[in-house]
Design a protein around this ligand. Structure first.
Ligand code: PEP
Ligand code: MN
Length: 264
């Protein structure tokens, strides 16, 4: 299903009445790694919605490397997302880590993110078939392109046609950047599937000063959108502080991307 009629057909995944992945418009998703407070998300929503960022991100269930690190605000964080969603009339995207979280997240968010660490959690993928919301599927830390496409296949074959693929960098030998952004995978995925493909330069590079060039390169090689981490006080981010852009830098980046998207 994921590979079907890729040459003649592009799937459009609707996020809201006005925002869709895979169409003419580049979709930019911005927001912090983690939802930390209502005040934080209000500030983010206000700045980004004025800058034509089409959707907000923010994790409330966080897959942290250490069990002692902040694990996310949980349902309280979902309430925060629901509030800014309706106040600013902007769709929100947040991660689901387990089958038991699907129902409550689907009730509060417009799109469910499946993180890299769960890309091959096959029971979770099967359950997403009935989630009733579009899915943002992130590439596994060391997943091949074939494994990535087959993970999407699990969701599609279980009844949910609305899957957007996200390249977010893969593990390699050099840790100067957090991961290696595989832009060839973006071009390849655009050729072998009909699903929209977006890029997460933030988790790919892990350093804020490298986010903008990779965002630009992603558009040039055909990405349908970007998901970028930003924070009102980047250094104070409870997670992924080193890669968070300030809101000012995010707004400037979005402005600089428009002419590139228009030229492609
Ligand atoms: C995230 O988007 O905050 C995240 C945890 O991403 P990934 O699953 O790609 O590491
Ligand atoms: Mn993050």
């Amino acid at each position: 299903l994921a590979k079907q009629s890729h040459s003649s057909h592009q799937t459009i995944v609707k996020l809201s009445q006005t925002v869709a992945f895979g169409g003419e418009e580049l979709v930019i998703i911005g927001g912090p790694c983690a939802v930390e407070s209502l005040e934080q998300m209000e500030t983010v929503a206000q700045k980004l919605s004025a800058a034509s960022v089409q959707a907000l991100r923010g994790g409330v269930y966080k897959p942290r490397t250490s069990p002692y690190a902040f694990q996310g605000m949980g349902e309280e964080g979902l309430e925060v997302l629901a509030k800014v969603r309706s106040r600013y009339n902007i769709p929100v995207i947040t991660e689901v880590m387990s089958i038991s979280q699907i129902e409550v997240v689907a009730a509060h968010a417009d799109m469910l993110q499946i993180g890299s660490r769960n890309m091959q959690n096959f029971d979770l993928l099967k359950a997403l078939g009935q989630a009733g919301k579009p899915i943002l599927l992130k590439r596994g830390l060391a997943a091949t392109i074939e494994e990535f496409v087959m993970a999407a296949e699990y969701i599609l074959s279980h009844g949910n046609p609305d899957v957007v693929l996200c390249e977010r960098g893969i593990r390699s030998f050099d840790n100067y950047t957090r991961n290696v952004l595989d832009l060839a995978a973006v071009a390849a995925l655009k050729q072998i599937t009909h699903l929209p493909v977006i890029v997460d330069p933030s988790h790919a590079v892990g350093k804020r000063e490298l986010v903008a060039p990779m965002a630009k390169a992603a558009i040039a090689c055909g990405a349908d959108g970007l998901i970028i981490e930003c924070h009102p006080e980047p250094e104070k981010s409870v997670s992924d502080a080193r890669q968070a852009l300030s809101l000012e830098d995010m707004v400037n980046l979005v402005d600089s991307l428009k002419p590139i998207a228009a030229a492609i």
